[in-house]
Design a binder for this molecule. Structure first.
Ligand SMILES: C[S@@+](CC[C@H](N)C(=O)[O-])C[C@H]1O[C@@H](n2cnc3c(N)ncnc32)[C@H](O)[C@@H]1O
Length: 233
């Protein structure tokens, strides 16, 4: 049973897909897609043909370059990339296939539908990189960094696991910090300014980050820890 409501506001289709993209969507995507019909909580470790140590989740993976990089660098990790925009998903699955990656699964739909199905404590790292900023005030409720999504991530992520969030939109950064710092499940304790100004080596750039840099925007990289409830003061 799927109880979460699909809530997609951005575009799902872009330019018509050409040969590589079309083949990716028609032949590869069905093989990699996470099934959403499970009646019991879904243990994501079971989605992968080869044993994986833990499972990481990327929300809004865009053209998939971050996801593909992480999956290639961490073959013992199972990686789930969620992206409803079909052209982005086509790039991701084509690149994963070309690189022979066995440890990647995808969902081309609203991440909320997956979050509610995953078993508690089953996601060891999560990424929300350059989410859609929805700059108009009347659209703020569409922002994916919100209390309900954090509640779900808090349920799914074990103590000490990492949530990585990035944006280059100052207004959204203020929003994120307010929502994240108020949330009891996540702790953001940077040691120095470089912790949020400098992207770590194991965190590759993304397409939207590059576009922002070219437009003169600066990115902020937040690395949060899933805290133990008793840590919450
Ligand atoms: C601004 S793009 C950033 C893409 C990529 N992370 C990057 O940095 O290049 C935000 C992405 O989030 C996706 N997105 C929006 N709502 C989503 C949802 N409910 N579930 C999953 N992805 C979503 C959009 O389709 C879009 O591709």
């Amino acid at each position: 049973m799927i109880a979460a409501k699909r809530e997609l506001h951005g575009r799902r289709v872009g330019r018509p897909l050409r040969h590589r993209g079309l083949q990716a969507v028609q032949e590869l995507l069905p093989r990699l897609r996470v099934p959403l019909t499970a009646s019991a909580p879904l243990d994501p470790l079971t989605l992968f043909d080869h044993p994986v140590r833990e499972v990481w989740l990327e929300i809004g993976s865009g053209d998939g370059m971050h996801a593909v990089w992480q999956a290639a660098q961490n073959p013992d990790i199972g990686y789930i990339a969620v992206e409803p925009f079909v052209n982005g998903m086509a790039s991701l699955v084509a690149a994963a296939f070309e690189q022979g990656l066995q440890n990647i699964r995808v969902l081309d739909d609203d991440v909320r539908l997956l979050l509610e199905q995953l078993a508690p404590g089953s996601i060891d790292r999560a990424f929300v990189l350059f989410p859609d900023p929805w700059p108009k005030r009347r659209h703020w409720r569409r922002r994916i960094v919100n209390t309900q999504v954090l509640d779900q991530l808090g349920r799914l992520m074990p103590q000490g696991s990492e949530l990585r969030v990035a944006t280059d939109v100052q207004d959204y950064l203020v929003w994120m910090l307010r929502v994240l710092r108020r949330h009891p499940d996540f702790d953001w304790s940077p040691a120095c300014a470089d912790d949020w100004r400098v992207r770590p080596d194991d965190w590759p750039g993304t397409r939207f980050e590059t576009k922002g840099l070219e437009a003169g925007r600066h990115s902020t990289y937040l690395s949060l820890q899933r805290r133990h409830m008793s840590d919450f003061a």
